[in-house]
Design a protein around this ligand. Structure first.
Ligand SMILES: Cc1cc2nc3c(=O)[nH]c(=O)nc-3n(C[C@H](O)[C@H](O)[C@H](O)COP(=O)(O)OP(=O)(O)OC[C@H]3O[C@@H](n4cnc5c(N)ncnc54)[C@H](O)[C@@H]3O)c2cc1C
Length: 431
């Protein structure tokens, strides 16, 4: 029987941050604290390694906790307190103290200067080793409960995969940092922990529409998108940013963010919905109409073929052609041939194109799980369960999820760091 002070379940960003925090606090205060991290797979920090296209978008350059909360479709309000304690500035300092410099890109996303997610994973592995954290891979938590003898508080039932054996661990505290997987749902609900309904978030849209056919790879740098109607009782804010045409529909930051805000309404509709795209944001239909009217009356431009001569540089040539044909303007029409009614229709098309979503993309670009452990059950000052003393939670397992841009890792860093501090306090108080 193993006996520990702290067991962290899950070898991802949140688990490592929590384990390192306890180990470092113990070291700083000269306390002897046994910290064990178990990970069911053979790979540690696997999501960190694949994240951000192999570059790891560690956090976002947003340093006002109140503003930071607005990037979380779920859990944002509740995270105000935790972000006051550990926010992106603290993440930057933490990595700097552990030998990693971060840089900010134009859109606010922050990456390691090396542009390699391995730099982040290596620094976490090194910090864990320096903090005296013991790591065991290939070990799954299967169930947990109170220790009947009452000595250590909690009893974890685990399974060692390569040795094909079950074993128990007694521990004073446990941190659940098992990510968005549904595998933990049964274990948690058996212990009386409420898990809200989980659905996917941050995915691309399948759209079968002639106007998007045969132009994969083309993108618009600043478009605006929202659902055509605010139905299903969920209000979603308009999303502004790049939109990318793919082989199967639409992707890009603005689409991923909308999928986050609309995660539940999309799940309820079976991923059948409709969006409206303004490809020329921030221009209105009237402004677009005025610009095109002027171009049409230009003695040189007006004589040109409309499908082959875009009126706006942000729409690439092949995309423009598709959109103009989609507005029922003839392939041979010159600008001067287009009557006002058709020009108005084209302006409406470009600034409010209705597109039907027929499914959810399968490419897991920056996929996260919406829903998770109900925050009302957690003391957010320590991340400890209100009804199960000694049990802590961090990361994507929580009912917190952010939009794309580094916000999901920030949730993992913040809650992992706070949980680590909470566990250390509890152990210190018990000793
Ligand atoms: C492809 C991809 C790219 C991403 N890129 C970014 C990005 O650039 N920036 C960003 O902010 N977010 C990104 N995300 C989201 C981000 O990776 C996650 O939100 C974050 O990793 C969550 O961390 P976590 O520690 O809570 O969970 P995870 O990283 O999922 O770690 C949980 C671990 O727990 C283990 N586990 C589960 N159950 C058990 C059990 N019973 N016993 C033992 N171990 C168990 C799992 O095997 C897993 O290793 C990306 C996600 C994906 C899928």
């Amino acid at each position: 029987m193993q006996v520990q002070d702290v067991v962290v379940v899950g070898g991802g960003s949140a688990g490592f941050f929590g384990a390192i925090r306890v180990g470092e606090l113990a070291k700083m205060q000269g306390a002897s604290v046994k910290v064990l991290l178990i990970e069911r797979s053979e790979k540690l920090l696997s999501k960190v390694l694949v994240s951000g296209g192999g570059r790891c978008n560690v956090t976002h350059a947003c340093f006002d906790p109140a503003q930071l909360c607005t990037y979380y479709p779920r859990g944002g309000k509740a995270m105000r307190g935790p972000f006051n304690r550990f926010q992106p500035r603290d993440t930057i300092d933490w990595f700097k103290d552990h030998g990693v410099e971060l840089k900010t890109e134009k859109d606010g996303r922050m990456f390691p200067v090396s542009n390699k997610s391995k730099t982040i994973a290596d620094s976490l592995l090194h910090a864990a080793s320096m903090a005296g954290v013991e790591v065991q891979t290939g070990v799954s938590l299967q169930s947990f409960g109170r220790d009947a003898e009452g000595q250590q508080g909690l009893r974890l039932e685990c399974y060692h995969h390569s040795e094909a054996r079950s074993f128990s661990i007694l521990t004073k505290t446990v941190l659940f940092a098992t990510g968005g997987t549904t595998g933990m749902q049964k274990i948690l609900s058996e212990a009386g922990i409420t898990v809200t309904r989980t659905v996917p978030s941050l995915f691309t849209f399948v759209i079968e529409d002639e106007r998007l056919k045969d132009i994969p790879g083309l993108s618009v740098p600043m478009a605006a998108v929202n659902f055509s109607s605010q139905s299903y009782g969920h209000t979603t804010p308009q999303q502004i940013g790049p939109i990318l045409v793919t082989h199967w529909g639409l992707s890009g930051p603005a689409i991923l963010r909308l999928s986050g805000w609309g995660a539940y309404r999309l799940a309820e509709s079976g991923y059948r919905d409709a969006i409206k795209v303004n490809w020329l944001h921030p221009k209105s239909a009237d402004e677009v109409f005025d610009v095109m009217q002027k171009l049409r009356s230009d003695s040189t431009f007006g004589k040109r073929i409309a499908v082959a001569n875009p009126a706006f540089s942000q729409i690439a040539g092949r995309m423009w052609r598709k959109f103009v044909l989609g507005a029922m303007i003839a392939e041979t029409a010159r600008w001067t041939d287009i009557p006002n009614r058709s020009l108005r229709n084209l302006a409406e098309h470009l600034t409010g194109m209705e597109l039907a979503i027929s499914g959810k993309g399968v490419y897991k670009d920056e996929f996260v799980t919406a829903g998770g452990v109900d925050l009302a059950q957690i003391d957010l000052r320590t991340m400890e369960s209100k009804q199960l003393p000694g049990v802590y939670f961090a990361g994507e397992l929580l009912d917190v999820d952010g939009v794309t841009g580094g916000f999901n890792f920030q949730n993992a860093w913040t809650t992992g760091w706070i949980a680590g501090g909470g566990m250390f306090e509890r152990i210190s108080a018990d000793n």
